[in-house]
Design a protein around this ligand. Structure first.
Ligand code: ATP
Ligand code: MG
Length: 364
């Protein structure tokens, strides 16, 4: 029996094209004896709707919950604009996140030296950038109650969103950030607005108390607005940044633009460790979507998908060295001048999805 199980959900659009490149890498790591993965494939989004008239089947949800890691492509596309709301492609993604209770969203922003020129910032500010934003994903103002728009007697309306955090939610996300910092440069910034928000006061209090359990990790508080400014002014001062759902949404998008292209960015979403086994549920996906405009043309950039697989190696299976090799192979082909169209520059060799995947496998 294989040691680890991977559940692959390619999804729609370019999801299937980029997942095919990851499958080739998995076949190689298995054949080299570097991994012992058993893989299974599921359907989600439009692909599941066309076959089963739902965004994801109960059977595939169960398989995702049973797997050691889920590797997800992307869902959606204009073909499914008119399907019933509860079966829309995105419902598959929300359902999986909820079923797996993945509260920790990890978004690295890595600027490969070869792409430093494509960043929103000057080369010297981003060359060698390697930061990790740890965003709380299942709480905060996106979910807090009450959440409503109410009619007022004077004919006006009042809109209410509620930011709610409890100690345990802050504690567990902070521990994820500090654990990760130990495997990196050993620095955690925690971003909140404790100067104006009660949830920020509690956030800071809890993160500070977690920090005491990690005397080997350096801890810095930062106000979220200052964090936005510092990300643009001098991003390389950061290592790990932990923050709530709303600030994390915004700060991770800002960090993403420092690196060049959407086609480069992986993500991981982790759940709580199982008390019996210590294993976390985990969900890995590229930050980008199904890119209907280029689907089926063989031109999609597979790097975000392959880098998401590298994150699975690192965070679900502790295969740090192999993950580093995959990332080095990505850096290597970029250094050789290979570019997919989304990161293309005039003087470079533009390649398709399969050629980019093959080149990365070749480096490995
Ligand atoms: P979603 O709502 O699923 O996030 P979206 O419409 O916001 O989707 P994407 O599907 O990510 O965004 O596409 C945004 C743009 O980026 C499109 O023009 C798409 O072609 C391009 N793009 C996204 N991912 C890639 C990729 N891997 N390779 C090349 N181009 C990409
Ligand atoms: Mg989008």
């Amino acid at each position: 029996m294989a040691t680890h199980t991977l559940f692959l959900i390619p999804g729609d659009g370019i999801g299937t094209e980029i997942m095919a490149e990851v499958e080739k890498i998995i076949a190689w790591t298995n054949s080299e004896g570097l991994t012992d993965f058993a893989t299974d494939q599921g359907l989600a989004g439009g692909a599941a709707y066309d076959r089963h008239q739902v965004a994801i089947t109960e059977e595939d949800v169960a398989k995702a919950k049973a797997a050691d890691a889920v590797i997800f492509g992307a869902v959606g596309g204009p073909k499914w604009d008119d399907v019933p709301y509860e079966h829309r492609p995105e419902a598959a993604l929300l359902r999986l996140r909820k079923e797996l209770s993945v509260f920790a969203n990890l978004r690295p922003a890595i600027c490969y030296p070869a792409l430093a020129g494509a960043s929103a910032l000057k080369r010297e500010l981003v060359e060698g950038l390697d930061i990790l934003i740890v965003r709380e994903l299942t709480g905060g103002v996106y979910f807090g109650e009450p959440k409503e728009i109410v009619d007022l007697p004077n004919g006006q309306k009042r809109a209410v969103d509620t930011q709610v955090y409890e100690t345990y939610e802050i504690d567990r996300i902070a521990r994820v950030a500090f654990d990760l910092a130990r495997t990196r440069k050993g620095l955690v910034h925690s971003a909140d607005k404790k100067n104006v928000m009660k949830s920020g006061v509690l956030w800071d209090e809890v993160v500070r108390s977690v920090a005491k359990d990690y005397p080997d990790v350096q801890f810095q508080h930062i106000l979220a607005d200052n964090a936005a400014m510092q990300l643009v002014r001098n991003p390389k001062q950061f290592d790990v940044m932990v923050t709530d759902n709303l600030f994390g949404d915004i700060l991770s998008d800002a960090a993403a633009m420092l690196t060049g292209s959407l086609g480069m960015l992986p993500s991981a979403s982790l759940g709580a460790p199982d008390p019996a086994t210590g294993k976390r549920k985990a969900f890995y996906e590229p930050v980008h979507g199904s890119a209907p405009d280029i689907a089926g043309k063989g031109v999609a950039n597979p790097i975000a998908m392959i880098a998401s697989f590298a994150m699975a190696l690192r965070y679900s299976f502790g295969m740090t060295e192999l993950a580093g090799k995959v990332e080095a192979a990505i850096a290597g082909v970029l250094g050789d001048g290979l570019r997919t169209a989304d990161i293309g520059e005039d003087n470079r060799r533009t390649v398709g999805t399969q050629e980019m995947g093959a080149a990365i496998l070749g480096k490995l």
